[in-house]
Ligand binder design. Sequence first.
Ligand code: NAD
Length: 516
Amino acid sequence: MAEPQNFMRVPDPSPKRTLYTDAMEIFHRAADTIGLAPRVRLELEEPDYEHIFYVTAKLKDRLRPLSPEAARSFGDLPVTQVRDPNGLERLADGQILLNGKALLGSDVMIRRGHLRLPDGGVYQLIPGESQRFKAYRVQHNQARGPYKGGIRYHREVSLDLFKALAAEMTWKTAIAEVPFGGGKGGIQIDPRQYGREELEAITLRFMYKLKRLIGPNIDIPAPDVGTNGEIMALMMRQYLDGENERHVGRAIVTGKDVRIGGSEGRVKATGRGVVYCIEDYYADKGETLKGKTFTVQGFGNVGSYAAEIMGNLGARLLAVNDYDGTIYNPDGIDVAALLAHVQDPKNLKRSVVGFPGAQKIEKSDFWEVPAEILIPAALGGEITSDIAEKLKCKLIAEGANGPTTPDADRILLKRGIDLIPDIIANAGGVTVSYYEWIQNKRMESWTESEVNAKLEHALKRNYRIIRDISRNNPRRTEMHDSRPFCVGKQVEPRLAAMILALKRIEAHYVIEGFSQ
Ligand code: NAD
């Protein structure tokens, strides 16, 4: 006879493996392990809401560079002298936007829609047209509080990806013990191909459409890949546009600039949290970070600050891989100098490539650099089974969301490479986002040391519970109590983290019940 919970499911005639089903594999294993109540499982295995909508914006006129071969047919095209070089905005992909009166008053020499700039390059003039962008917001679960999760601006996004990332936020907020649920969203766009004012227009329009779906007590966005405090400021401005009690609404987004209601410590919080976990992993062995070697994939918000803080604790950075390339120095990379290189306004791609204090290597070699710790802090799905076979590290601390595929996970386990899973390792960001939200609600402002001390306590306490679940070591200490969460057998760390999340979420359904 069919089990009652199976009876309730609509059978899928062709179960397909997708990014989302892969991401949910660990959820199902944890649910099986703890015997999660069947109705809670149904509630959690699909999101509450999946929103897809469209945003349009008018783009600026731009100059697209011609390849040297194509430029040859314009060999005798005279140079256009630009009166106002400040009106030319260079983008990371080589295009140039014409802002304001960029070419007004210049002797513009155009031939068949092309002109030559004083830099010698020939450019095709592309008239600014309106463009449509696909936007998403997935609200996964709100059993523990308002939906909470980042806004991603990236070319490779999809509903499936946002579903996986939103679910991950539900687990993460439960693990971090912040009273939020999970959400995620963003726009399908490569922000490096658009100018400042264009991104402003796109963001304002995005929030105009998003406004009816979110609120400071309903769903609270934050920065993620491709967005930052400036984007959050625009989102806040648009949300509060015309509102009387603006101060009440500042909690609509987190990750804001500290001068407009952001929290001290938020910018570095995710990277700092990764390091707190790594520190605690070694403290448990009676070791410190001094002299440990590490590599980082992704040198954006999470990767760069994790590297900086690791460096301050005496660890040595050997290699960095980002979207544009890989650098390596067996004697150690000067992290402060690398940060300055990446943040230099002339470095339009904000890439580590070209850093003089290291040599260039191939991405495939990055994975084989022998270092104790690997911090993936770029995108999901980077550590595949092939790469897992090659890695020479002893510990992976997942700064990125979902960097390791389920197949790779099995290989890492077999090879005895330890793991600090993403839903605890990178929970520092959402934890300090919660502190920001409280500060906004109470109209308070906490110091950075207060924030960091609270963050350290929260992450280490919950990481210790996860380690105890993993080792089946139920105990109560001054800092934590793992007795309600251990399952009577040892489980791997990723499963342990998910067990902690599910037990905390399940309690809300079991004790509060289900609204009808
Ligand atoms: P970011 O946009 O600031 O930086 C991303 C970095 O990854 C850049 O250095 C980029 O060059 C690199 N990158 C992108 N694609 C790559 C590829 N294919 N190969 C190698 N490198 C690549 O983003 P971020 O905010 O630092 O986020 C990084 C990861 O951390 C994401 O998975 C994000 O979801 C996760 N995360 C971020 C936060 C946060 O507070 N920002 C919190 C939790 C988790």
